[in-house]
Design a binder for this molecule. Structure first.
Ligand SMILES: C[S@@+](CC[C@H](N)C(=O)[O-])C[C@H]1O[C@@H](n2cnc3c(N)ncnc32)[C@H](O)[C@@H]1O
Length: 183
């Protein structure tokens, strides 16, 4: 009886952790591919700049930005992904990669030089007025796959060697499509 309870509890806990790994209020966790991150970030000089990623997932973009010499911050609502990201930064000896647990809409971004976003259209739309209001002059924003409706980008790039769609995002969108905006 006790063993059955322990096994059931373990399975339930495993399901909970599994589900929370993918959950996200303004987008589920769908990571950007590593080779695309490098190419997208190399478009902007990052050395000694302040970089923010809104919805930092497993930390891979923030870690790459930190390796490029920026003071990099990831904001993420999933504790499990925050802890994993912090562990990766620690293992790679990157004290300039910092991860903040919280809601991206509550974060003050007035010191950001570059902001990176990969969220679903609803989240991107909600962020547009906040970023326009809060960011300093000359700050750059990069959106991926889903873009601002009213803000005109100064650059659009497609980093993809083949047509890819993403079932997890539920839409037949091409990944690796990055748009750049300047405040
Ligand atoms: C599509 S994933 C992108 C992950 C990462 N940016 C990347 O490109 O590899 C979106 C991430 O945003 C997080 N997220 C969604 N809404 C959020 C919110 N309101 N506050 C904080 N994080 C959020 C999700 O938990 C998820 O990890």
């Amino acid at each position: 009886m006790e063993l059955t309870l322990i096994i059931t509890g373990g399975v339930l806990l495993g399901c909970l952790i599994g589900l929370s790994w993918f959950a996200g209020s303004d987008a589920p966790f769908v990571p950007t591919k590593q080779e695309k991150i490098k190419k997208a970030l190399s478009l902007i000089p990052l050395k000694n700049k302040t970089f923010y990623e809104l919805g930092s997932g497993d930390g891979r973009v923030v870690i790459e930005a930190a390796k490029m010499g920026s003071n990099a911050f990831g904001i993420e609502q999933s504790w499990i992904r925050i802890l994993y990201s912090r562990w990766k930064a620690y293992r790679q000896n990157l004290p300039n990669a910092k991860f903040i647990h919280g809601d991206i809409f509550k974060q003050n971004l007035s010191n950001a030089d570059l902001v990176f976003i990969f969220l679903l259209p609803k989240g991107v739309e909600k962020l547009e007025p906040k970023l326009k209001r809060q960011l300093k002059k000359e700050a750059v924003v990069i959106t991926q796959t889903f873009h601002f409706k009213n803000w005109k980008p100064y650059k659009k790039i497609l980093i993809s060697d083949k047509q890819e769609s993403n079932a997890l995002l539920g839409l037949n969108k091409v990944e690796g499509d990055f748009w750049l905006y300047r405040k």
